[in-house]
Write a protein that binds this ligand. Structure first.
Ligand code: PMP
Length: 427
């Protein structure tokens, strides 16, 4: 066994899972590629959603970070912080939320935790609606709104969480319904649930489920939910940790596919906005954001160095229309993967929007998840020089593809070829 893996296992808890039988040590990145400690080069089709939204070692971000590091890295609280105010102004304007306020954290978990703090305080209720199969983080509060049991290591929550149907219909009784029938069934389920519940604080949902395997509800489902919720005063929290900043191609935010009821009351973001620097946050209506009166600050949330990265990264993203790139190149990649996998008995579907693409694997001739096949395809893709992710509900049977948003059409074609080869070797 490789020496670093032995040391990892001796000092890091067992529940920090690593990919691959022989885990990769990534030591360098460049554009859409990363290199391991042995100098092997991989096309990175997963890092875009993990951390590096735009490109590895993007010079504009590297320069902004090193300039800020050379100037000052001080507290983001207690004193005025120009990069934080500037990034907050940009995000408030982009959010579509009127009279918005922004609070920065250091992770998606802490962003959702803050949203729960604000929503429960605003509504004076600890009842939360979350989606089946969801993932919202690893803190004590966010594991308890995480419907995906594989990622929910405790049930001792102070929140009362009710899980709603709507995000997944790959299998089970909803699988054969049309979009309209599915939406109507889920709205009826929600209405029924609310009929047996006191005041609910909020519904939290990922517009496209990330860890859950890149599954999307029918467009408009959350707007239909919002009509039911708004009538009872409950809030809508969109967790855009994976779907924000144009990744889904058609929209800048994932909620816009459900936009009929307007923007969410609270929107949480994290992951890629700092292009690898740890930024998370919540943006929401002032009335809700200002709804707590005691002090509540985050020492590193809004740090000048992460804000400098965020400003440079966001400027690059907007100036280079990376949302448009996600739509165009993502569209090509989905088409190519659909054509390449047609007829493969283990490929149930290729789904997705923009550069957020899932490939669902099943046992041949059934609709049963096939986590072993997913793990084998990951290994085979790696051997071919491609890093991808995996996810899914209770079983990890979906491949997840989320490259940096600067992916070129040639790189998309190259990655699709490697993945096709990996799939054919397993399926
Ligand atoms: N929400 C969603 C939708 C996520 O995918 C994640 C991370 N996978 C989180 C929240 C938590 O973010 P973090 O790991 O930065 O705490």
């Amino acid at each position: 066994m490789n020496d670093l893996l032995k040391r990892h296992q001796a000092v890091i808890p067992d529940w920090v899972a690593l990919y691959y039988r022989d885990p990769v040590e990534i030591t360098r990145g460049e554009g859409r590629h990363v290199f391991d400690a042995d100098g092997n080069r991989y096309l990175d089709f997963f890092g875009g959603i993990l951390t590096t939204m735009t490109a590895h070692a993007l010079p504009e971000v590297t320069r902004a970070v090193s300039e800020q590091a050379g100037r000052i890295i001080h507290s983001s609280t207690l004193y005025l912080n120009r990069p934080m105010v500037e990034l907050a102004e940009r995000i408030a304007a982009l959010s579509g939320i009127p009279d918005a306020r922004v609070f920065f954290t250091t992770s998606g978990t802490e962003a959702n935790d803050t949203a729960l703090l604000l929503a429960t305080a605003h509504r004076r209720s600890n009842q939360i609606l979350a989606m089946r199969n969801s993932y919202h983080g690893r803190s004590f509060s966010t594991v308890s709104i995480t419907g995906n049991r594989a990622w929910s290591p405790t049930t001792l929550s102070p929140l009362q969480t009710l899980y709603v149907h709507g995000a997944v219909r790959t299998r089970g009784p909803y699988a054969h319904l049309s979009d309209a029938e599915f939406t109507a069934a889920c709205v009826a389920d929600l209405t029924d649930l609310l009929g047996h519940t006191g005041d609910v604080a909020a519904l939290i949902a990922e517009p496209v489920q990330g860890v859950g395997g890149f599954t999307s509800p029918p467009d408009g489902l959350y707007a239909a939910f919002c009509d039911v919720l708004a009538a009872r005063g409950a809030l809508w929290i969109a967790d855009e940790v994976q779907t924000g900043w144009g990744r889904t191609g058609e929209h800048f935010w994932g909620w816009q596919a459900h936009g009929a009821s307007g923007p969410p009351d609270l929107l949480t973001f994290a992951k890629g906005i700092g292009n690898g620097m740890s930024i998370g946050g919540v943006v929401g209506r002032a009335e809700i954001m200002n709804g707590i009166t005691a002090n509540s600050i985050s020492t590193f949330g809004g740090s000048p160095i992460t804000m400098a990265a965020g400003l440079a990264n966001l400027a690059y993203l907007l100036e280079h229309d990376l949302q448009g790139n996600a739509r165009r190149v993502g569209g090509l990649l989905i088409e190519r993967l659909r054509a390449a996998t047609a007829g493969l008995s283990r490929v149930r579907e290729v789904r997705g929007r923009g550069l957020m693409i899932g490939v669902e694997l099943v046992r041949p001739g059934t609709d049963q998840a096939d986590p072993e096949a997913a793990a084998a395809v990951l290994e085979a893709a790696r051997a071919g020089g491609l890093l991808i992710g995996k996810g899914g509900g209770h079983d990890t049977s979906a491949l997840r593809i989320a490259p940096p948003l600067t992916l070129t059409a040639a790189e998309a074609a190259e990655g699709a070829d490697i993945l096709e080869h990996a799939l054919r070797s397993v399926c």
